[in-house]
Structure formats: structure tokens, C-alpha cells
Design a protein around this ligand. Structure first.
Ligand SMILES: NC(=O)c1ccc[n+]([C@@H]2O[C@H](COP(=O)([O-])OP(=O)(O)OC[C@H]3O[C@@H](n4cnc5c(N)ncnc54)[C@H](OP(=O)(O)O)[C@@H]3O)[C@@H](O)[C@H]2O)c1
Length: 430
């Protein structure tokens, strides 16, 4: 943009919108030194004009609750969508692009669901639709994949992409809490929403993974067919048993590339305690990448919060504000990305953890290991925890690498044995 002043319309003045406004004020001269531009927040769209705001924006900014005030204003260069939600955010972004304005957004849910449509429109209009803050808050993963690692074929991405889930699992691990107590702690500390469904059921991490897949592989993996398993059924018993074997449980988002085909999903998994992601605790996020040229790279930082997320939003605004900014929304030349070639999820191979609840009687171990053998699952360790004779006891198996399909078939048989008293708990091991 060749103007000296860049006018911004901020749609949303909650956690992230306020954080962004604070950084723009605090780092004003620094931003001018880097871009040669003055960033001015001209309009702020909110739902409730009567709400008392924790931060007072500069006098240039005018609050409105009418979206058209942003869209009709020809002086606005960039619309920054920080409202969240799908329908209204879509309308705002679509209309902003149609009225010739660049857009910056942090809205992963919208990009995961309707990104293709919006990227096609942005490309047709030759406008920016930037979204650094949509994945892992302050961690600069979008730019890293789009630019810094653009020459690499990305072989795998393994991430802890949801701070709420990671906080809950960390509390369960370090304090021995059960799931609901740890969830309450997350809510009390402001790490979980009143309705935590998106976070604890893995849906938020899935939104972010679909965005990463587009950036890393130039392909669209439809959200509707991405395998998603959250943490709401994680039992403190498994966290404690995993610890005894030297593992921690984490909610993992993963995509692996094999012969141009993608294997992806969100699932809780056991990580050896010396795994580089095992030490990512509390609300932090981390992403471990493997590029075919660069090798492994790990990014770590705050995946949410006003200033970290505001920092990512600001980086997009500054990129667009620079005179020499060449628009690059997806990191690929195609206007519409092709559908990903997908490996059937059940063909994925991992090591596995099983916890069976069984009656303590002779022949149990040999019957179970017999079924595993028939399904090509080789046992690495089996431990029966002591319990009162004849009563229910936990038996833990750690296996060598085996296909998920074999695991699911074996468990169907095992769980029908009359000595098995509850469905077997199964986690993958990374
Ligand atoms: N919070 C984080 O740490 C974080 C991290 C990464 C990404 N994100 C993403 O960033 C976006 C914003 O998150 P947030 O946490 O800042 O949300 P928030 O605190 O709930 O703030 C939302 C803001 O948008 C306004 N708003 C919502 N719907 C509106 C509508 N229909 N019309 C006009 N204004 C509307 C609200 O107005 P009122 O103030 O009047 O209610 C409020 O100012 C979301 O897409 C979120 O997923 C957030």
C-alpha cells in the first residue's frame, strides 16, 4: 500500500481486539520504523455499544454496532475480523473483500469451514486474506509454512494446538486430578470457555489442523472427514499408569505425508517423557515439523491471550501495509486448492497402549495375547496390576507398531470375553 496512513476497521473489541489496539499504541513508533506507515484504528465494530471497555482506544476510533459503517467507508484499507462465529464473520469478510478491502482474521472455525470460498474470492479480487493468529495464537506458524519453509516438502506436522486441553491434561498429570476437576480449574483460570466443547472434543484443534494442512500441502482436507477424538473421556487412571511406564498423555494434532497421500487426525496419545513435545505444559502450544530439506523444526509459545494473539494479527497488518507487499494468501498459486489425497485413517500405524479391566483368573493373559497375535499385534510389555483375588484388575499392554485397523478388530474380540468387565481403553503411542 503506497499510503502513509493505513486505516483499520476492527470488527470485535474483545480479548484479541483489545490486545491488538494496545500493541498498536505501545509499539507505534516501532511499527512506523519497520513499515514507514502509521496504523490508525478508524472504526470499531462491537455488539453492545453500552459495554464498559477495559481499554480506551485512541480518539480517532469510532465505535459502531452496524457492519455497514465499516463496509461503506471507502477510507478503510484493512478490515480486521476478531468477532468469532461463522455467519456474521463470513458476511463481513465476504463483503469486505467485495468492497475492495484487505482482510485479516483470527477466525480458525470460519477458515476451516469456508476458507476455500473466501480464499478464491480474495484471489479473484487480488486482495489479502491473512490469518497468522488463526493457528496457535502468537506462534508464527502460518508465515513459517508459507514463506520460510516454502521450499520444503513437509513430511509431518505434530502439534499441541489447543491450550485448554493441554492445561487440563497437565493439571491431571501434575496434580492427579480427575477430568471434571481439571476442567473446572481451567475455567477458573480463564483458560476454558463456559461451554468448553470445541476445546475438549478436539474440534478447535481440528480447525487449526485443516488450516495447517492447506499451508503445508496445498490441499484441502475436508473438516467433515477428519478423524477427531477429544479428551473428555480421559480417565485419571490412565494418566497415572502411563506415568508409571514413562509416558505423558497429550491431545495431538497430526498430519503425516506418505507418497503424496495424507494421514491426519486429532487424538489423545501417549508421548515418552523425553519426547520434545512432552514438556509442553499448561496452556502453551507447540508444533513439531519435519521438512524434507530442513529436517525437524519446533515452534513453542502462547497459543492464546490478548497480546500474543494480537501480536500475530499485527504481523499480518504490517505485511499488508508494506509498500512492496505481494499478496500471498494460501502460499500456492492455485486459486482453489485441490482435495487432499487421503490415506484411510485405519491404515495408520502406531505403537499402542491398552488398559483392560479383567477378572483376576487364570488364562486371561494368554487369551488376550492370543487374540493380539492373531491380529499381528506384537506385545512389548504387559503388566497386571495387583488386586483382590478373583476381582477386577487393570491389565496394561504396550505394543510394538501395529495398524489401527488390526487394533480395532482385536479389541472387538477381546471386549467380548466374559472376563473383560469394561470396554478396553486404547491410546496411540508416539
Ligand atoms: N482469545 C484468544 O486468545 C484467541 C486466540 C486465537 C484466536 N482467537 C480468535 O479470535 C477471534 C476473537 O476472539 P476473542 O477471544 O477476542 O473474542 P471475544 O473476547 O469474545 O470478543 C469478541 C468481540 O466481537 C464482538 N462481536 C461478536 N459478535 C459480533 C457481532 N455479530 N457484531 C458485532 N460485534 C460482534 C464482541 O462485541 P461486544 O464486546 O460488544 O460483546 C466483542 O467485542 C475468534 O475468532 C477467536 O477464535 C482468539
Amino acid at each position: 500500500m503506497d499510503k502513509k496512513t493505513i486505516n483499520i476497521a476492527l470488527a470485535g473489541f474483545g480479548t484479541v481486539g483489545t490486545g491488538l489496539a494496545k500493541i498498536i499504541r505501545e509499539n507505534k513508533s516501532w511499527i512506523e520504523r519497520r513499515t514507514g506507515k502509521r496504523l490508525v484504528i478508524k472504526k470499531i465494530l462491537v455488539r453492545d455499544l453500552t459495554k464498559v471497555r477495559s481499554f480506551v482506544p485512541d480518539p480517532d476510533a469510532r465505535f459502531t454496532s452496524n457492519m455497514d459503517d465499516l463496509l461503506m467507508d471507502k477510507g478503510i484499507d484493512i478490515v480486521v475480523e476478531l468477532m468469532g462465529g461463522i455467519e456474521e464473520a463470513f458476511t463481513l469478510i465476504d463483503s469486505s473483500l467485495r468492497s475492495g478491502k484487505h482482510v485479516v482474521t483470527a477466525n480458525k472455525a470460519l477458515l476451516a469451514e469456508k476458507g476455500n470460498e473466501l480464499f478464491a474470492l480474495a484471489s479473484e479480487k487480488k486482495l489479502g486474506l491473512y490469518y497468522e493468529a488463526s493457528v496457535a495464537g502468537g506462534i508464527p506458524i502460518v508465515q513459517t509454512l508459507k514463506d520460510s519453509l516454502a521450499g520444503n516438502k513437509i513430511k509431518s506436522i505434530t502439534g499441541i494446538l489447543n491450550g485448554t486441553a493441554n492445561f487440563i491434561l497437565s493439571e491431571m498429570t501434575s496434580k492427579g486430578l480427575d477430568f471434571s476437576t481439571a476442567l473446572n480449574a481451567a475455567q477458573e483460570n480463564g483458560y476454558a470457555e463456559a461451554d468448553p466443547t470445541l476445546d475438549i472434543e478436539g474440534i478447535d484443534a481440528a480447525h487449526k489442523l485443516t488450516i495447517l494442512i492447506r499451508l503445508a500441502h496445498g490441499a484441502d482436507y475436508p473438516l467433515g472427514i477428519l478423524p477427531i477424538q477429544g479428551i473428555s473421556r480421559v480417565n485419571a487412571k490412565d494418566i497415572s499408569l502411563a506415568g508409571e511406564f514413562g509416558y505423558v498423555l497429550k491431545l495431538i494434532a497430526q498430519v503425516r505425508e506418505k507418497s503424496e497421500h495424507l494421514q491426519a487426525g486429532i487424538f489423545p496419545a501417549l508421548l515418552p517423557c523425553d519426547h520434545i513435545l512432552a514438556k509442553v505444559d499448561g496452556p502453551f502450544n507447540s508444533i513439531l515439523l519435519e521438512g524434507n530439506a530442513v529436517g525437524p523444526i519446533m515452534l513453542y509459545g502462547q497459543g492464546a491471550g490478548d497480546l500474543p494473539t494480537g501480536s500475530a494479527v499485527l504481523s499480518d497488518i504490517m505485511s499488508l501495509a508494506k509498500d512492496n507487499s505481494a499478496i500471498d494468501n494460501t502460499g500456492f498459486k492455485e486459486n482453489i486448492l485441490p482435495k487432499a489425497q487421503i490415506v484411510e485413517p485405519e491404515l495408520a500405524v502406531y505403537r499402542h497402549y491398552f488398559r483392560m479391566s479383567a477378572l483376576d483368573k487364570p488364562g486371561v493373559l494368554s487369551a488376550v495375547s492370543g487374540v493380539m497375535g492373531e491380529h499381528n499385534i506384537s506385545i512389548a510389555q504387559a503388566v497386571q496390576k495387583p488386586g483382590p483375588e478373583g476381582k477386577n484388575v487393570p491389565i496394561v499392554f504396550l505394543t510394538h507398531r501395529a495398524q489401527l485397523k488390526s487394533v480395532y478388530s482385536a479389541l472387538k474380540v477381546i471386549d467380548k470375553f466374559d472376563f473383560i468387565t469394561a470396554p478396553t481403553v486404547h491410546y496411540r503411542i508416539l
